[in-house]
Design a protein. Sequence first.
Lengths: 187, 187
Amino acid sequence: MLIQILLAFLKIGFLGFGGGYAMLSMVLDESLKLGLTLHQFADLNALDMLIPGPIAINAATYVGYLVDGFAGATVATAAVCVPSFVLVPLFIKFKRTFAHNPKVNQFLDMVKPAAVGLVASAGFTLLLGVVFGADTLSQLIANPHAPDIFTLMVVAVCSYLHIKKNVNPILLTVVSGVVGFALYYVI
Amino acid sequence: MQKNVNWILFRSFVIAGTFTFAGGLAMLPLLQKEIVDKHKLMNKDEFLEDAIMAQTLPGIIALNSACFFGKKSNGVPGMLAAALGSILPAFVFMLLATILYEYIPQEGPLQMAFVGIRASAVAFIFAAAISIGQHSLDKIINWIMMITSFLVITVFNFQAPYVILFAGIFGIVYYSYIKKDGGKSSC
């Protein structure tokens, strides 16, 4: 069982482009193959909202534990981390070797602004989710509804305070949580 | 007295990892504050370049960035310290949560608290986009590329790896044949 966990999460790590949420469909496929139920996968998503850290690590720990206890959790987490330890040093070395290759630089020169677009879209997707409860823009257009006022305000205020006033993100995170907590009793 | 760089890296990533609820992208502002501004382990340009690459390579974005910043700051020991810092909180918290799952309340104020926290994360992701944007959006064509990649992902649901691949290929074509001034060295 441990070998299967290892292979599953190596695959997720090496083929997971675009960050955690993009990886999630692969996590689903592999989890089902390892014997998890759809219900357990849904629970993973719920837990991931509560637990900090990269979704891939949360997923690996959770799936690994359910399949094979502490050993499974450790193997899965280690496996999903391996690609980073391999690819990043390789890339740093590669960049040094190819630093003056014009084709490589031309390639990277357009990848960089594209990456900015990628990050912006990740933020936008999260915005759609927390404020409108929609997964995609097309979904929201198909079923338009009013934004959640609380989350909208949190996004606006935190954006202003952090981007314009340089307020510490940890402070903003904690305060947002406390306000949410308190609001439960008000609403 | 020189403070141990590995400890600084480890601690920065543990803090960032514990207080970030929307993945590696939301960690960037915090990490920039610690690594570039406060402890001056890297300069800002290199930090932002690496942040972009961490996002572009497959695997866990937060861990990729830990490996980049750690290795650039202090070689392999730095990389391991940073990586461990980013992995540990997620692993430990998730393990605890998975074991105790039945006892975590599904509704109530805690849920609202995390809604607030996720909403605040939107601000940090946008801040990260602005940060890396300032670094690479210096030409009109870059803005066009950024907006295009944002749109194809949010409106047309393109997958990240394809966007990056097409962007890179476009870069080679654009600079080789359209711009006709060879490859711009970006290193």
